[in-house]
Structures are given as structure tokens and as C-alpha cells.
Write a protein that binds this ligand. Structure first.
Ligand code: KG4
Ligand code: ZN
Length: 337
């Protein structure tokens, strides 16, 4: 079954064709990062306009790369939320036009379900499994007892990890998006600051990163005022060590409590080299999977894979009232809506 995925929830315009949720025949991603970098973050209005400019091209290119026609597509899966509403609408409307024109069923997919299913593409899923979702907008631990079953064990009480990376990077004078740059600089730094590990012993599966972020920003500010030499690499390494210690500790606690068969990590921060290394070295009794680097940050292949499983499970397509939703709860899709 060929599924055409569409993703436009933030600053990537992407269309992909995936066979049976696994075999990626094409995955075209137009990234707007270079445009938003100038502003230090994503500007929603600009993002929407860029999606409009790129959307027709990515549909055409995805079909050409896969050597398929619309007549070969059995399902369209489009991100319906959460995300920037103006951006979501471009993908949703384009997908609806194709669905109507070629009479192809369409399903609206939760963006985070997509990030989770990025793991299905190169790895596989054995249940029960634990998913640590770490992106620019989400930080949560999800228990899955079967396909398309999402139970949230805990989540961030304030900033998402990716958001904290981006904000710390900005204060340190590093370009947007901060995550990959901080990660790179951390490699040559040392954990000299021993920042707090927030909520590491809280006894639940929730997270908090805004206190750590403020702590770092204040320290940096104070050092600047005292004209002290600031070693950016050590700041980055200390921040990354603190964050990854907390993420790994909570994941281990949840994996033990729920006796899962595998741990998967999903979302943009799954690309983080420190997290990949620490998680794999600290968990040895069950498999730990990360998506291929191409599928960590936003892409439509993961949406096509998730859409395939959503459709298979609920056997239910959306009608043309399908709309973008800036906020959406992953657990609400339990009934297939
Ligand atoms: O999943 P994603 O592409 O978009 C959302 O759905 O939010 O995640 C983007 C986030 C950004 O905050 C970016 O800084 C972060 O993922 N990120 C990283 C790395 N690569 C991307 N954070 C830490 N280390 C990385 N290597
Ligand atoms: Zn994302």
C-alpha cells in the first residue's frame, strides 16, 4: 500500500511516499531554516508563505522520485496538528485537493505520532514499548501497548528540551536552530559547571527545563558583567550533560516500571549525539532505537508511516471537513479521530 505523506506543521515543507509504513520511496524536504535563521527563530507568517511557494514542487518531486502517479496512491496522510496553524493549513488544503481530485482517502495525523513512527522505518516496533519524545515543542514519555496506542506517562511542565536548547544557544550567541550547534560544541567541552539536574528524583515521569535554562542564562549574564572569560564549549557540554542525565534517568525508571520490550527515542532532539550515546550505553537489557538522522527532524515519511498504521487500525478516513489544529492531544486519537 503506497501512502503519500504531507508535513507542513512548522518550517519544513515535505511530501513523501512510503510503502506499507516502512519502505521510503521518496522523501522530499524543503527546509526554511536558512530564512528563519536571520530572525533567530521561526516567524510564522514567513513560514506560511514559504510553504505556499514550495508545496506544489514537493508533491511533484515526491511522485517523480518514487516513479509513481497519483493513481498508484492508496492513502494520503497529512499532519493536522499540533503546529503553526497558518503552516498546517497549507499542507492540509493541498492534501485535500489531491484527495478530492483523485478520489484517494485521506487521514489527518498527529505530528508526534509521526515522530514516533519514524522509528518504524529503519527499526521496528515490539510492544509494550516506551517512547521518549524530544522535539522543539514536546518532551514526553509515552507507553505503547500496541500499534497506535499512546499513553502519556509524563511530560514537561514548562519548556520542551529542543526549545531549551534553542534558547540557551541564542544567549550564548549561537545561530538558530541551536540544538545541532550546542551538540557540536559540547563535543569539545567538559561538564565543568555541574548544572542542576531538574526533577531527576521527582518520583514521577514529568520534566522541567525552564529553571535550568534560566540558571544558565543568569550565570552567563553575571560572568559577562564581571568580564570573565566564557568558554562556550564548556557551557554547551555542561548543559547537554544535565539535560541528557535527566532524560536517560527518567526513561530508565519508566522502562523498569512498565517492563517494556524496547525503548525508542523520537523528535528533533533524537539527533543529539550525547543523548544517543548515553541512552545506548545506559540501557543494555533491551533494544534502544533512534530514527535514522534523516527522520529525526520534521519530514513527511514519518507522517506517511503513522498514517498507514492509523488507517489500518481504525479503518476510518477523514472527510473534507478535515482541518488544521494548532493544539492537539496525542491521547485523543484513541478513538480514531
Ligand atoms: O522535531 P523537530 O524537527 O520539530 C518539532 O516538532 O519541534 O525538532 C526541532 C528541535 C529544535 O529545537 C532543534 O534545536 C532540535 O530539535 N535539535 C537538536 C538537535 N538537532 C535538532 N537538539 C539537540 N541536539 C541536536 N543534534
Ligand atoms: Zn517535529
Amino acid at each position: 500500500m503506497y501512502v503519500l505523506g504531507v508535513e507542513t506543521s512548522c518550517d519544513e515543507t515535505s511530501v513523501s511516499i512510503v510503502k506499507d509504513g516502512k519502505e521510503v520511496l521518496s522523501n522530499v524536504v524543503l527546509s526554511q531554516i536558512d530564512i528563519h535563521r536571520e530572525y533567530g527563530g521561526v516567524v510564522p507568517e514567513i513560514a506560511s508563505r514559504e510553504h505556499v511557494k514550495g508545496i506544489t514542487y514537493v508533491f511533484d518531486k515526491a511522485l517523480r522520485d518514487a516513479k509513481l502517479n497519483y493513481e498508484d496512491i492508496s492513502l494520503i496522510a497529512v499532519t493536522k496538528g499540533p503546529g503553526l496553524i497558518g503552516s498546517l493549513l497549507i499542507g492540509v488544503n493541498a492534501a485535500k485537493v489531491i484527495s478530492l481530485n483523485y478520489n484517494i482517502p485521506i487521514v489527518g495525523v498527529h505530528h508526534i505520532a509521526g515522530h514516533i513512527y519514524a522509528n518504524y522505518i529503519d527499526n521496528g516496533m515490539e510492544f509494550p514499548l516506551l517512547a521518549l519524545v524530544v522535539s522543539g515543542g514536546h518532551t514526553e514519555l509515552i507507553l505503547m501497548n500496541e500499534h497506535y496506542d499512546f499513553n502519556r506517562l509524563g511530560e514537561t511542565q514548562d519548556d520542551a528540551v529542543g526549545e531549551a536548547y534553542d534558547k540557551v544557544a541564542r544567549v550564548l550567541g549561537l545561530p538558530y536552530p541551536g540544538g545541532p550547534v550546542v551538540d557540536k560544541m559540547a563535543k569539545t567541552g567538559r561538564d565543568v559547571y555541574k548544572f542542576p539536574r531538574p526533577m531527576i528524583d521527582s518520583g514521577d515521569f514529568n520534566f522541567s527545563f525552564s529553571g535550568l535554562k534560566s540558571h544558565i542564562i543568569n550565570l552567563h549574564h553575571n560572568m559577562q558583567q564581571r568580564n570573565e572569560t566564557i568558554n562556550i564549549e564548556n557551557f554547551c557540554a555542561s548543559f547537554q550533560e544535565a539535560v541528557t542525565d535527566v532524560l536517560v534517568a527518567k526513561t530508565i525508571k519508566a522502562k523498569e516500571q512498565y517492563k517494556v520490550k524496547q525503548v525508542i527515542v523520537a523528535g528533533g532532539v533524537a539527533a543529539n549525539s550525547g543523548l544517543r550515546k548515553k541512552m545506548k550505553s545506559m540501557i543494555n537489557d533491551i533494544p534502544v532505537y533512534f530514527p535514522n538522522m534523516d527522520y529525526c527532524t520534521d519530514n513527511a515519511a514519518m507522517i506517511a508511516s503513522a498514517g498507514y498504521f492509523q488507517y489500518k487500525k481504525y479503518n476510518k478516513a477523514d472527510d473534507l471537513l478535515l482541518n488544521g489544529q494548532s493544539r492537539m492531544n496525542l491521547e485523543d486519537i484513541k478513538n480514531g479521530n
